[in-house]
Design a protein around this ligand. Structure first.
Ligand SMILES: *Cc1c(COP(=O)(O)O)cnc(C)c1O
Length: 376
């Protein structure tokens, strides 16, 4: 928790649940990544947290933006981003969205299929395009692998055709999976894509760019490698494969930029024991899977939780949300322990919830209001 957030919580005691995020930390994370990878252009993945306060701060730092929808394109433009600083990085775009983005001056688009390439040729003629390659997502706590990306063979075919279709075959991209905890995932992906890059270049395609995607981790319960380790591993792999002929490099961090900048303040609604002899207490919070903590699905992302009783005796717990839905359980298999003194009415904090929380909140499920948000 940053001092600014601590002060805000103490002074205002905002109603829970709410997300409180320190925009200065967003800037620190952005600068840390820029220092770790000075040769890469940073495209912030807006979907991690599209709050205007975040977008505006990043515009001030000359960030670029990776947008997933026309609504996100608009949010970036509204925050002051230049259209040239926006990449429409979703490989699944409606024709109307492609057309509108193109009209507003966006000229960089991702694709991973023939039909999408043809849509881009028809509705965003002359644009720079890059093809997303499917790579291993091992080591990622929130993998993305099966839904996106194409094979080396079909990427080769499609990138060769792009120019014939009136598009600019600008580069290749991949995503090693979100909350990627190993640097080797990037090294392996770079090796795979570099070979294709070389093949295409030799075949006369004017490729200039490699987009390394996002995936850089936030520290939750477990330690993760620091951003410098990712930067070093990436630069080592890039120079190994490209020597002095380095292509332009893009990165699309989402989680790393905003994850540890925010926390969720919540309240304990109920602590119950199913059976008097059961050591496991069920702790129900006023936020759960549907209030924004969607990444607890499969207990994938394990948030750190602080309570007013920290430092006193602990016992095992299962942790769940407040809705009448059986899927609204945050942690049952993971060995969470919380103080034995914890009781209904206590305020708790879920740390590093700045990414992929506010946008995942349902609007009215069980009548609960969407998550309140404060940007400091
Ligand atoms: C979600 C996404 C990102 C951001 O991923 P993080 O793991 O949050 O860094 C980047 N690029 C694309 C194409 C994405 O879909």
């Amino acid at each position: 928790m940053t001092p600014k957030i601590a002060r805000f919580l103490a002074q205002h005691q905002p109603a829970t649940p709410c997300l409180v995020l320190d925009v200065d930390r967003v800037e620190e994370n952005f600068r840390a990544l820029r220092n770790a990878l000075p040769l890469a252009r940073i495209y912030y993945a807006v979907k991690a947290n599209p709050a205007p306060q975040i977008l505006q701060r990043l515009v001030g730092l000359s960030s670029h933006f990776d947008a997933a929808s026309i609504e996100e394109v608009t949010a970036c433009l509204d925050a002051g981003a230049r259209p040239e600083a926006i990449s429409f990085g979703n490989t699944i775009k409606k024709v109307s969205a492609i057309r509108q983005a193109h009209e507003r001056g966006v000229g960089l688009f991702a694709f991973d299929s023939r039909e999408e390439l043809e849509k881009l040729a028809a509705h965003a003629p002359g644009s720079r395009v890059y093809c997303r390659i499917r790579v291993e997502n091992a080591g990622a706590d929130w993998p993305l692998s099966r839904k996106f990306g194409t094979t080396i063979e079909s990427a080769k075919e499609l990138m060769t055709e792009a120019a014939t279709l009136g598009l600019d075959p600008y580069g290749l991209s991949f995503h090693v999976g979100s909350q990627q905890t190993t640097t080797q995932a990037y090294e392996a992906a770079i090796g795979k894509v570099a070979m294709l890059f070389t093949d295409l270049t030799e075949a006369g395609v004017n490729l200039r760019m490699i987009n390394l995607g996002g995936g850089f981790p936030t520290r939750y319960r477990d330690e993760v490698p620091g951003i410098d380790q990712f930067g070093n591993a990436i630069m080592r792999a890039m120079t190994e494969h490209f020597g002095n002929a380095l292509p332009e490099m893009l990165v699309e961090p989402g989680r790393f930029i905003v994850g540890d900048a925010g926390l969720v303040a919540a309240e304990v609604v109920l602590v119950s024991r199913r059976d008097r002899n059961d050591p496991v207490r069920w702790v129900y919070l006023d936020i759960g899977r549907f209030g924004g903590l969607a990444e607890t699905e499969g207990e994938s992302i394990k948030y750190r939780i602080t309570t007013p009783h920290d430092g006193t005796r602990m016992g095992p717990v299962a942790i769940a949300g407040p809705t009448c839905d059986g899927a609204d359980i945050l942690y049952e298999k993971t060995n969470y322990r919380l103080p034995l003194a914890l009781k209904s009415g206590d305020r708790v904090e879920l740390l590093s919830t700045g990414a992929y929380v506010s946008t995942y909140a349902s609007t009215k499920f069980n009548g609960f209001a969407p998550l309140a948000e404060y940007y400091l």
